[in-house]
Design a protein around this ligand. Structure first.
Ligand code: SAM
Length: 353
């Protein structure tokens, strides 16, 4: 790339980055939620969301210039100009059940910005930044992004393992969800398989507490439970018909130990289901959008969070299929890729060798 092209790219990237942060602000302060009730001018938005009118005006204009909001009624007085949240934008930003929901993602980016000095320190010292330090933005960013896929997809993913699907459908069955985050996969599994009890384990205490609250809100607390702990040394007892690891193997400091523990918890005929990033089979540069997305998360979030946990293996987000197969073999499994369609993940079935 010529210098001038790089400069242009950096400028465009800076615009995108700042627009992402302004979307995060709009989500955090409830500005989009307020506009979902109907068009508003700066004073109306300020009253509805409890922000200062001057900031409301600037944000509304910025969002319209960025193409996220529409001008509903123009006016020479900038404070009287009304802005609307188009239905498509409302769905993507506010409807957590929509398959197109991405409203939690800008907050994840903002959570990285908030800890950037700690990430810089970690680069220098080789240390880490605890997962918890990224706060609610990361927790909800991951959970919010994955929740629609769990709700609509989990039964189909399990159907790719007909023997396990039969065990879960017939019940009673037991499922372990390692690295369960805020619990949406465990809840989706319990909803899809009423004869199953699901137990989630996560190293992040705040995630476990939220997961328990989410299960209670879904009226599933009797069948969906959570415990704070390390998947490499789970206190949970088997036997489990299925052990799931959704987008979490790459976050574990010792993924092989976690898989080995899972093997010890499996009931005879049980299996492990891993879903992790659909990155290229080999390192390629420049990479496609998925490769770039996962490397960016890796350098700024997953690798620092994993190194805060320990440095046994720490894969980083870019967990290639060959690496999953190597971990599986080390932990005593046969590994097969499952024919499951997903935009972001690959699915692997592990059976004790
Ligand atoms: C990217 S999040 C995925 C969360 C959830 N499975 C989902 O798909 O929404 C990775 C999760 O792995 C958890 N984690 C990392 N290391 C772990 C370990 N050693 N044992 C258990 N959980 C771990 C993190 O706390 C985080 O909640």
């Amino acid at each position: 790339m010529a210098t001038e092209e790089i400069t242009e790219r950096l400028l465009a990237d800076a615009v995108t980055a700042m627009e992402t942060l302004s979307v995060a602000l709009g989500v955090r302060l409830g500005l989009y939620r307020a506009l979902s009730a109907g068009p508003a001018d700066a004073h109306g938005l300020a009253r509805a969301a409890g922000v200062h009118p001057r900031y409301a005006r600037e944000w509304l204009e910025q969002q319209a210039a960025a193409g996220m909001l529409a001008v509903a009624a123009d006016d020479a007085d900038p404070y009287a100009r009304a802005f609307a949240l188009p239905a498509d934008a409302a769905e993507a930003l506010l409807d957590a059940d929509s398959p197109f929901y991405a409203g939690a993602l800008p907050g994840f980016v903002a959570s990285i910005a908030e800890v950037l000095p700690q990430v810089a320190d970690a680069f220098e010292t080789g240390g880490g930044v605890p997962y918890a330090a990224y706060g609610e933005g990361a927790r909800h960013g991951i959970g919010g992004l994955n929740r629609p896929a769990f709700r609509t997809g989990v039964a189909g993913w399990i159907a790719a393992m007909p023997d396990i699907a039969a065990r879960l459908t017939e019940g009673p069955a037991r499922v372990l969800d390692l690295g369960c985050g805020t619990g949406w996969s465990a809840i989706a599994l319990a909803e899809a398989f009423p004869g199953a009890r699901v137990h989630g384990i996560d190293l992040d205490e705040a995630s476990c507490a939220e997961a328990a609250g989410n299960a209670a809100a879904a009226r599933l607390a009797d069948r969906v439970t959570f415990a704070h702990g390390d998947a490499a040394r789970p206190a949970a007892s088997g036997p489990a018909d299925l052990v799931c690891v959704f987008e979490a193997l790459h976050d574990m400091a010792d993924p092989v130990a976690a898989l080995r523990s899972a093997r010890g918890l499996l009931a005879p005929g049980g299996a492990v289901l891993i879903a992790d990033e659909k990155v290229a089979a080999e390192f390629t540069a420049p990479g496609d959008l998925l490769e770039r997305l996962n490397y960016a998360f890796s350098a700024l979030h997953c690798l620092p969070a994993t190194r805060a946990e320990g440095t046994a293996v720490e894969a980083g987000t870019v967990l290639r299929p060959g690496t999953v197969r190597a971990y599986a073999a080390d932990a005593g499994y046969r590994c097969a890729e499952l024919p499951v369609e997903h935009d972001l993940w690959r699915f692997y079935r592990l059976d004790p060798a």
